[in-house]
Design a protein around this ligand. Structure first.
Ligand code: P6P
Length: 321
């Protein structure tokens, strides 16, 4: 059996430049440190909340701050990275070096699941910048996007825009290639949405979910299953591996904020992955990757996954607009 391919080796042929490979190496090293801390966080008394809130108005968990600090530590050691946008930082962090890359990240997404030991993750997006003024770029400009999923094993899933590869963290602290050229099944019978928000949904989302619930007796013509982990990285990882659709649509409660999930460091990297894997990523009114950000913490509706499923909901939006 051939020896598994280390991330460093895979990057030599997959990354378009040594510098971009170095940026991914830096991100991977931060994720290795976060994975290590998460394993013993509870016994170390780190799993709880702080009295602080982030720019989103969400209570920061200690591990949100620890994970953000880990990203800052590693990014500070790579002179090619000039800018950091983070869910945990109100403003852009400009390292004032000559670096040509920016990272937008959610250092620890789903941290509300930490105290119940559910898979959480780090989500990252890489952009080319000449200065902090260049940061508000639409998702199609991303040089790379991906996530680390901290679960029974630690996965690193990334794309440079054309294909998707998944790596697993070994006992030696290195990531090894698991799957390359991942493709999301175009059809699926599994959807992920927080159904407790039914009363806030628009007519298109209600019609889509009602069709799924009707199963083989309704217009969808097949039986559906529903999964909602409450951790975007965990839900998206399942969808990348076996198909499905993840929905956090605009609803009457999130309308004023533009949605629930953040464009630059949640929706864009996940959309880059899903489209590179043959899936689709929609706001309900167009491609997520085409939205030009107006703010680093802008929120956006998220409808991503198997192409056929996203198309069916897009058609309902077009019909019920
Ligand atoms: P809800 C976690 O806080 C998160 O940002 C995503 O990881 C997750 O998919 C979503 O929010 C869960 O939202 O409304 O179900 O708690």
């Amino acid at each position: 059996m051939a020896s598994p391919t280390p991330l460093s080796h895979w990057l030599q042929s997959a990354a378009t430049s040594v510098e971009l490979a170095g940026v991914i190496t830096t991100i991977a090293a931060a994720c290795v440190d976060i994975a290590k801390i998460l394993r013993t966080a509870t016994t170390a008394g780190l799993a709880g909340a702080t009295t602080l809130t982030n720019v989103q108005g969400e209570t920061q968990k200690q591990l949100d701050i620890v994970s953000n600090d880990i990203f800052i530590k590693h990014i500070g050691q790579n002179p090619n990275i000039r800018i950091l946008v983070s869910e945990e930082l109100d403003e852009v962090l400009d390292l004032q070096n000559q670096g040509a890359f920016a990272i937008a990240c959610d250092p620890l997404d789903g941290s509300s699941n930490l105290d119940v030991n559910v898979t959480v993750g780090s989500i990252f997006s890489v952009l080319a910048v000449a200065s902090a003024a260049d940061i508000l770029q639409k998702g199609t400009a991303q040089l790379a996007g991906g996530y680390a999923a901290y679960g029974p094993s630690t996965s690193l899933v990334l794309s440079f825009g054309k294909s998707v590869a998944a790596f697993t963290l070994g006992d030696d602290g290195l990531f090894y290639l698991d799957r390359d050229n991942i493709k999301v099944p175009e059809a699926s019978a599994e959807y992920a949405i927080n159904t407790a928000r039914y009363r806030f949904w628009d007519d298109a989302t209600k019609a889509y979910v009602d069709q799924n619930v009707a199963g083989e007796t309704g217009p969808a013509g097949k039986r559906y299953n529903m999964r909602w982990i409450g951790s975007m990285v965990a839900d998206i990882h399942r969808i990348l591996m076996r198909g499905g659709i993840f929905l956090y649509p605009l609803d009457s409660e999130t309308l004023g904020k533009g949605g629930r999930l953040r464009l630059m460091y949640e929706a864009n990297p996940m959309s880059l992955l899903l489209e590179a894997a043959g899936g689709a990523a929609s706001t309900g009114h167009g491609r997520i990757l085409e939205v030009v950000p107006t703010d680093i913490h802008q929120r956006i509706p998220v409808i991503v996954g198997s192409r056929d499923e996203v198309a069916r909901l897009d058609a309902l939006y077009a019909k019920l607009r």
